[in-house]
Each structure stands twice: as C-alpha cells, then as structure tokens.
Design a protein around this ligand. Structure first.
Ligand code: ZN
Length: 188
C-alpha cells in the first residue's frame, strides 16, 4: 500500500485560512505604510513652511522611528541636504552604526540617485515612497538602482503610498513658492 504523506492531502481549511491571512497581511502592511508615510508627510509640511522643497523622510526599525528629516537644501546651502540623506545620518547616529540593516525608509518622493546610493550603502532593507519623481527618480522613473545584481545589496521597494497627497504638496509648493517656469519633480 502506498504511503501517503500529510503534504499530499489537499487541505482546504488551510488554503482558505492562508488566503485570508494573506489578505489580512496586505491590509495590515498598507495600514502600517500609510501610518509611517503620514509621519514623513508631517516632515514634508514642515519643510513647506520653511520654504524648503516639501520632501520628508523617516527611518523605521520594527515599530520604532529612529529618525525623521526634511529637505534643508535652502537653509543649509548644501546640495546634499535631502530628506533621505539627513534621516539616514540621524538614524546611524542613534544606532551607533552606519549599517542600518533591517531598517525601512519612508519618503514622500521617489529618491534621487544620490539618496538611492546612500540607502544601498546603509543596507536599508526596504524603501517606501509616495510620489514619482519623473526627473530624478532612481527607482522606477529614470533608472533603477535598488535592485542591480552587480551591487552587493538590493532594496525591497513599495512605491505610490499616499502618492496623491505627497504630489499635491509638491505641486502647491512649486505653484506658490517657486518661479512658475520651475516644474514640480513629479510633473512630466
Ligand atoms: Zn535625494
């Protein structure tokens, strides 16, 4: 008589449960992503009030926010003072280690090549971003630096989280605070 392994028996209950738990997981992840994107948006709004391009970023480890920052290019006259870079530096100081393994970075705008490079250097595990950056985006818009097999690190990505709110803030900034000929980065 042939032996039947447990794995051979179709288990409908298990199948039903796993599809339910998959949906629950997706729902919870979305909820969580929107919560942390909300914090990044708060930082972006602060930037807006300070006449900086309204981009905000937070670095999260587990359920702990290690760092939060917004663009400071104008105030610091520093071309590298992007929200992501400042948040990465802050987080590394908090952890006491340049390796931010297992950390996630939430940012309201798709990162530029400099920031995507810094995230790879910091070994960020996951990136979540809001609006697309059609002129400087180094994840999906202009190039994709996060998953090149030639680099010794790749980053898991979720894009488009609260993209409408993130984009609207940028559009408002460029409409109200910058010269009209300057376009918001997520505009073509
Ligand atoms: Zn950048």
């Amino acid at each position: 008589m042939p032996q039947i392994c447990e794995g051979d028996i179709p288990n409908r209950t298990h199948k039903r449960w796993s599809s339910y738990s998959d949906r629950l997981y997706t729902f919870m992840t979305q909820d969580r992503d929107e919560r942390y994107m909300g914090y990044a948006l708060d930082k972006a709004r602060q930037a807006f009030e300070r006449d900086e391009v309204p981009v905000g970023a937070v670095v999260v480890r587990g359920e702990e926010i290690l760092a939060a920052a917004h663009d400071e290019k104008e105030a610091s006259a520093d071309p590298t003072a992007h929200a992501e870079l400042l948040a990465l530096r802050q987080a590394a100081r908090v952890v006491g280690n340049w390796r931010l393994e297992g950390c996630e970075l939430y940012v309201t705008l798709e990162p530029c090549p400099m920031c995507a490079g810094a995230m790879l250097q910091a070994r960020i595990a996951r990136l979540v971003y809001g609006a697309r950056n059609s002129r400087w985006g180094a994840i999906e818009s202009v190039c994709s630096l996060h998953n090149l097999p030639e680099f010794n690190h790749t980053i898991q990505v979720s894009g488009g989280v609260m993209k409408k709110t993130c984009a609207q803030l940028l559009q408002r900034y460029f409409r109200e605070k910058r010269r009209p000929e300057e376009k918001s980065p997520e505009e073509q």
